[in-house]
Write a protein that binds this ligand. Structure first.
Ligand SMILES: Cc1ncc(C[n+]2csc(CCOP(=O)(O)OP(=O)(O)O)c2C)c(N)n1
Ligand code: SF4
Ligand SMILES: [Mg+2]
Length: 351
């Protein structure tokens, strides 16, 4: 009896999101950052968040400054608009972009150096304006791109390999953002995918400035013994510290812990950071409690992680300016240039 040849199995359909796009549509170029760098893990969570929310990449503008962290936008959302600004100047560029087109979703990736040092003046004004903007600090406590010098978020008493001691207290970017008026402030860890993705998705759904400080270990240049965000270069590779072409391979750190509990995470150099996840009954809408939480956890040498502060109904900068609904960039000249009569009327009003 003749047998029917087996039919080749159809390839399983690729998973698509609510706008019919596959995850691939949310990816960018291949990363050039070190293997195991916390920044790469954050990129993955950004990709997943945009995909799961079904946001059209063409509606997104991704921005950054300068640093390893600021290279990250090249590795996600290829189809989005992008602007890699001057060191520390991303907030000014982003403000212009959002005002020019209020329909765009703006996401900026910065570093602790880009934000806390050269860019701190720009950061301050972005936070106080409450511009609709997701602002991520990939926080490794050092200038990774320029070989690991202390940044303003490095911990007091951290030491460089040369023995130099950091004798300046760190800037807590979350406390600063809350104080200045940001309406969504969170902290997470690059190696906690579940929490980080939940925070990113919430930030993308928030109208106003969402500032997320993500502790993101630099596995290559951090060598601050006792630092809470650092990587002391492995003993076996001492000589290679100054060899920029040498990039060690490290496994990504992956953790998961419950709300209301603390966990000690061992970094690649064997040092530990203490993370404490906010409990489910924590109320992030009380500004004073949020500030107290940050001060108290810092005093215990811990990082409180989670959504620390949110003010959902705060008026954002675009509404405050009273802009028309249509993007300014799409208005034709007849609507953007006042005619002679309007100018005359304005001049008359000054009489
Ligand atoms: C105007 C200017 N000053 C200094 C530099 C040198 N520089 C490049 S990146 C960087 C710091 C980056 O640190 P961070 O923002 O923390 O990013 P990371 O590399 O740690 O991710 C510095 C000082 C520069 N590129 N431009
Ligand atoms: S030098 Fe540090 S911050 Fe830069 S890519 Fe390597 S691990 Fe990441
Ligand atoms: Mg840094």
């Amino acid at each position: 009896m003749a047998t029917t040849p087996a039919q080749p199995k159809a390839a399983p359909a690729k998973k698509t999101n609510r706008i019919g796009l596959e995850l691939l549509a949310y990816r960018g170029g291949k990363t050039t950052l070190c293997a195991g760098c916390g920044h790469n893990a954050i990129t993955e969570r950004i990709i997943e968040s945009f995909f799961e929310l079904g946001i059209d990449p063409a509606q997104v503008i991704k921005l950054s400054g300068i640093g390893c962290s600021s290279k990250a936008p090249a590795y996600f959302l290829n189809r989005a608009h992008g602007f890699n600004s001057v060191h520390g100047r991303m907030p000014a560029v982003g403000t212009g972009a959002v005002i020019a087109n209020r329909k765009m979703i703006a996401i900026g990736v910065s570093g602790d150096g880009d934000t806390g040092a050269i860019g701190v003046g720009q950061f301050v004004h972005l936070m106080r304006r409450n511009l609709p903007f997701v602002y991520i600090i990939e926080d490794n406590g050092c200038y990774g791109l320029t070989k690991g010098q202390f940044s303003p978020t490095a911990d007091l008493g951290s030491t460089l390999k040369t023995g130099v001691i950091n004798d300046l207290p760190p800037i807590d970017t979350c406390a600063l953002a809350i104080e200045l008026g940001a309406s969504f402030v969170a902290r997470s860890f690059s190696g906690d995918p579940k929490q980080l993705k939940a925070i990113l998705k919430a930030a993308l759904s928030h109208r106003g400035t969402a500032m997320i400080d993500v502790i993101s270990p630099c596995v290559t240049f951090n060598d601050h013994e006792g630092s809470t965000k650092s990587y002391a270069y492995v003993k076996d590779h001492d000589e290679a510290v100054s060899d920029v072409s040498f990039v060690p391979y490290f496994e990504d750190i992956n953790i998961d812990y419950d709300p209301g509990t603390s966990t000690a995470v061992t970094l690649h150099n064997g040092s530990k950071i203490l993370l404490s996840k906010l409990s489910e009954d924590y109320h992030p809408t009380d500004k004073m409690s949020a500030m107290r939480l940050l001060h108290e956890s810092a005093a215990r040498g811990e990082y409180a992680t989670g959504l620390i502060y949110v003010e959902p109904d705060k008026q954002d900068f675009v509404d405050m300016l009273g802009l028309v609904d249509e993007p300014l960039s799409m208005l034709d000249q007849s609507r953007t240039r006042p005619g002679k009569a309007a100018l005359t009327e304005i001049m008359e009003s000054f009489r």
